[in-house]
Design a protein around this ligand. Structure first.
Ligand code: PLP
Length: 391
C-alpha cells in the first residue's frame, strides 16, 4: 500500500506542511560552503609556496591556539589520538605503568595508553554528566599509576577541583582529553589549560575541525613542549639528530591554514550550539520519558559538542526518528571494557554499571553551529509525537 506521504511525494507539488524533511546530524557542507572563498585561498597559497610540512601556518596556528586556550605552548599533531600518545610518551609513560581512563569515552583515550605499552585502567563515569567519577578514580590508584586522563565528554568540563585534589594528594599527573571540548571552560579557565597538558582533535566533526585529520597538544610545561615537539617529528631536536624514538605525527600545513581561518569563528559557533541546546531543553523539558543533559553547572561552560539524551527503548526511538528524516548518533554504544580489542584487560559485563546503562539508553540528537531553530523544533516535535503515540 502506498502511504499518503509517498503518494504526495510522487506528485510534482508537495504541500510544505507535509513535505518530509531531513535534519542532518551535523551539516558540515553548509558550514564549509560559507567559508569556501577564504579556505580555498589559504590552501592555494600553501600549494603555491610548497610549504607543506611544518610550514609557517603551523607555527602561526600553534601560537593562536595556545593563546585561545590560555596555555604557554601548543604543538600541532596529526590527530587527537596522536596528541594523547605524544603527551604520554613525552612524560615517559611506558610498559609496566598504569593510566586511568573513563569507561565511557571514544576508544582513542584508551588506545593512546596501550600504544605506549602501558595498561589502561578503567573507571566508571558519574550519573550526572557521564564524565569520569572522581571518587572512583581514587580507589583505582595503585603504585603503578602514572597518570589519569579525564575526558571532558560531550563538551562539558569534568569537575576539575575534585580531580586536582587527587592529583595533589597522590602526586599523579592529570592529562586532559579535550577532544570534544574546544572552548569549554571550568571556573573561567579553558579546557586544555587545566591539567599538565591537553589533547585536542581537529577531526572534521569536532567543534573546531579541519579538512581531514589534525590535532594539538597544549601545555605550560616547557619540558613536555620540547619533547612532544620532537616526538611528533621523528624525535629530532635538529635535522637528522634523533633524541627520542619518535614518529611522524605532524599537523599538515594545509590543515593548519584551514584551522587558522576557522579559529576566530569558534566562539560564535559554540554560542549557536548552546542556543540550540537551550531550545531542546525548553521543548523537551516536560517530556517525562526523556532524560536531558544535566543542567549547566555554573562553574563550567558547556560547548555541546554533542546533545545527548537518555531514554528507555532507545533503539525504537532512533529508528522512528530515522524514518522521519532525523539523523541521530550513539556516543558510545559499547563501553571500552566490552570492546573485543580489550578482552585481555580482564573486565566483564557488570563492572561499570553507569557506563553500561548509559550505552544502552543514550541518543545524540542533531547538533551543530548551522542547525536552525526550526530544525530543532522539528526534531522536538517528532520526539514528542513519538512518546505521545507510545503511551
Ligand atoms: C575524537 C576523539 C578522539 C580522537 O581524535 P582523532 O583526531 O580522531 O584521533 C579522542 N578522544 C575523544 C574523546 C574524542 O572525541
Amino acid at each position: 500500500m502506498i502511504s499518503p506521504i509517498d503518494r504526495l511525494s510522487r506528485q510534482s507539488e508537495c504541500p510544505a506542511s507535509i513535505q518530509p524533511r531531513t535534519v542532518k546530524f551535523l551539516d558540515l557542507a553548509k558550514l564549509n560552503a560559507r567559508l569556501r572563498p577564504v579556505t580555498d585561498a589559504a590552501i592555494q597559497r600553501i600549494c603555491d609556496r610548497c610549504d607543506f610540512i611544518l610550514g609557517e601556518e603551523v607555527t602561526a596556528f600553534e601560537k593562536a591556539f595556545a593563546e585561545y586556550v590560555g596555555a604557554k605552548y601548543c604543538i600541532g599533531v596529526a590527530s587527537g589520538l596522536d596528541a594523547l600518545t605524544v603527551v604520554l610518551q613525552a612524560l615517559g609513560v611506558g610498559p609496566g605503568d598504569e593510566v586511568i581512563v573513563p569507561a565511557n569515552t571514544f576508544v582513542a583515550t584508551a588506545l593512546a595508553v596501550t600504544r605506549t605499552g602501558a595498561r589502561p585502567v578503567l573507571v566508571d563515569v558519574n550519573k550526572e554528566d557521564f564524565n569520569i567519577d572522581a571518587k572512583r578514580v581514587e580507589s583505582a590508584i595503585t603504585k603503578k599509576t602514572r597518570a589519569v586522563i579525564p575526558v571532558h565528554l560531550y563538551g562539558k568540563s569534568c569537575t576539575w577541583e575534585a580531580l586536582q585534589e587527587i592529583s595533589d594528594r597522590y602526586s599523579i599527573t592529570m592529562l586532559e582529553d579535550a577532544c570534544q571540548a574546544h572552548g569549554a571552560t571550568y571556573k573561567g579557565r579553558k579546557c586544555g589549560s587545566l591539567g599538565i597538558a591537553g589533547a585536542f582533535s581537529f577531526y572534521p566533526g569536532k567543534n573546531l575541525g579541519c579538512f581531514g585529520d589534525g590535532g594539538a597538544v597544549t601545555t605550560d610545561d616547557q619540558e613536555i613542549f620540547t619533547r612532544a615537539a620532537q616526538i611528533r617529528n621523528y624525535g629530532q631536536s635538529e635535522k637528522y639528530l634523533h633524541q627520542d624514538i619518535g614518529g611522524n605525527s605532524r599537523l599538515d600545513t594545509i590543515q593548519a591554514a584551514v584551522l587558522r581561518v576557522k579559529l576566530p569563528l569558534l566562539d560564535d559557533w559554540n554560542q549557536r550550539r548552546r542556543i540550540n541546546a537551550e531550545t531542546y531543553r525548553a521543548r523537551l523539558g516536560d517530556v517525562d520519558e526523556v532524560c536531558l543533559p544535566s543542567r549547566e553547572d555554573p562553574a563550567s561552560r558547556h560547548v555541546f559538542h554533542l546533545f545527548v539524551i537518555h531514554v528507555e527503548g532507545r533503539d525504537d526511538l532512533k529508528a522512528y526518528l530515522e524514518r522521519e528524516g532525523v539523523q541521530t548518533g550513539l556516543h558510545y554504544p559499547k563501553p571500552i571494557h566490552l570492546q573485543p580489542c580489550y578482552a585481555d584487560l580482564g573486565y566483564s559485563d557488570g563492572d561499570f554499571p553507569v557506563a553500561e546503562w548509559s550505552s544502552r539508553h543514550l541518543l545524540s540528537l542533531p547538533m551543530g553551529p548551522t542547525l536552525e531553530v526550526d530544525e530543532v523544533n522539528y526534531v522536538c516535535d517528532k520526539v514528542r509525537h513519538y512518546f505521545r503515540g507510545n503511551r
